[in-house]
Design a protein around this ligand. Structure first.
Ligand code: PLP
Length: 470
């Protein structure tokens, strides 16, 4: 009988050892002993070399996703003379090595803070391939972006127009800018991931756009490149993107009267599968539909179809990452139900919300697997929790793990490449985990783990010796 605590969508797997290709990197495989290998490297080797928790990024998966997504848009666009600029959304996952892969695969990069800009620049990204976002950029962030020669700054409020114009003027440059529009499209995703509903902080309401573009155009130090829309994240329904494109294109056509508007940026937000019942978005089909719609609507509006920009993050980074944890404690809890009670197993690992905030933030579901061996034991409904002082410290809310899972074994949580490392914290003074890349049987440390010394080094009391005395 199904455990009544299991959500409706979660079935006990027929084979607990299966690594579903929709969720795991293509390279993830079990060897003859059942140990998981990613990018040709065994998880035991990775854990003993770098420790746990460990973020593992499959470089080949990351690169091939960059290439696939780029092709998905470029091929249908080319037939219509539309140029495509792909920005990788750095907020999903960024290190200097990863920025290097992004650059080598021909992408531009979208940064959303001075810190992300610094990493992209440190990786050697030219300003002309960087776009700056953010709903409240500081003067220093704007100034650094202008000096770096970024190709575009996405304006998110009326106040930013003057700020960017005066910084560009004092640097004697003409700065490319876009205007982020709140299209009002209600993307079907978690409320905190939807960014184009009316009642939220991003963008300019559609009815104010024409006036603000006129203000932008009145500044000789600004060059208006076009409109921007990002309707949200982890979206599976193609219609939301098509509708946003339709709304923005009508505005784009009006703004093109008398003065060319070269581009339209439709943002990112393409959904991936985290658990069995989710189907990753078909990016080829999505790209074809968006482009076909842009072409036909441009025809109707009597304008040349604009060049298009996109900003995928999760779709590239998410499925490329797997987190490894060591199991510390296992508890079986009898939970009251309508029929009586049922068992939920709590598997506590050596990380938690400090390395994966996504369940706490959005109720995001994951799956997990015993990583060091295969098992033919019974599947047990389990909750993978962390070691923090919060009952919401949950990494995987609902998963089946084998009943013979033991203390000190490794478990792996797939699809953790996006918005895990980048949302990590030092809660309870846990150091943020290292990131290692794997490829062709080799592993490489991308970012070392944070140590207690790293954290204490920022503590002024420690520097003056006070902490030592207490
Ligand atoms: C403006 C903008 N572009 C792109 C992205 C990337 O979204 P995703 O990782 O869902 O593709 C985000 C994510 O928040 C964003 O705010």
């Amino acid at each position: 009988m199904k455990n009544p605590l299991a959500p409706e969508w979660l079935q006990a797997p027929e084979d607990l050892n299966d690594l579903n290709k929709k969720i795991w990197p293509e390279s993830a495989k079990r060897d003859s002993s059942g140990e998981i290998h990613i990018g040709g490297v065994g998880v035991s080797e990775l854990a003993s070399k770098f420790g746990t928790p460990l973020y593992v990024v499959d470089e080949s998966e990351f690169r091939s996703r960059l290439a696939l997504v780029n092709r998905a848009f470029t091929q249908p666009a080319r037939e219509h003379g539309i140029a495509i600029r792909m920005y990788y959304a750095a907020k999903a996952l960024l290190t200097t090595d990863i920025a290097g892969w992004v650059e080598q695969e021909g992408y531009s990069i979208d940064v959303a803070s001075g810190g992300e800009l610094a990493v992209a620049r440190a990786a050697g990204f030219e300003g002309s391939k960087i776009g700056l976002h953010g709903n409240n950029k500081s003067l220093s962030e704007i100034s650094r972006a202008v000096v770096a020669g970024v190709n575009s700054i996405v304006i998110d409020s009326e106040q930013e127009i003057e700020r960017i114009a005066s910084i560009a003027e004092s640097n004697s440059v003409v700065q490319g800018v876009r205007l982020r529009v709140n299209s009002g499209v209600h993307a079907s995703t978690h409320e905190f991931l939807a960014t184009a509903r009316e009642d939220q902080k991003f963008g300019i309401p559609i009815d104010q756009v024409e006036d603000l573009v006129a203000v932008i155009r009145s500044h000789p130090s600004l060059k208006f490149l076009g409109l921007h829309s990002h309707i949200g994240s982890q979206i599976f329904v193609v219609d939301g993107f098509v509708e946003a494109a339709r709304r923005l294109l009508s505005l784009h056509a009006k703004l093109s009267e008398g003065e060319e508007v070269p581009e339209l940026n439709l943002g990112g937000g393409f959904g991936i599968a985290y658990v069995e019942n989710e189907k990753p978005i078909n990016i080829k089909e999505l790209a074809q539909r968006i482009i076909a719609n842009v072409v036909s609507l441009s025809d109707e509006l009597g304008i040349k179809p604009p060049n298009l920009c996109f900003e995928p993050g999760r779709l590239i980074a998410g499925p490329s990452g797997v987190t490894l944890y060591n199991v510390g404690t296992i508890k079986d809890i009898e939970v009251p139900t309508e029929q009586g009670s049922a068992n939920r197993r709590y598997v506590a690992v050596d990380g938690g919300i400090s390395d994966n905030l996504r369940f706490a933030l959005y109720g995001a579901e994951y799956t997990s697997s015993l990583a060091t061996r295969s098992s033919s034991a019974e599947p047990v409904l389990s909750r993978v929790v962390g070691k923090h002082c919060e009952s919401g410290d949950i990494v995987v809310n609902n998963t089946y793990l084998p009943s013979d899972l033991a203390i000190n074994e490794l478990i792996a949580v797939p699809a953790t490449g996006a918005y895990c490392y980048s949302l990590a914290s030092n809660y309870n003074y846990l150091g943020r985990p290292p990131i290692a890349s794997v490829r062709d049987g080799q592993s490489k440390l991308l970012v070392r783990g944070e140590t207690e010394q790293d954290m204490l080094a920022r503590d002024e009391g420690y520097k003056t010796g006070l902490a030592d005395e207490s």
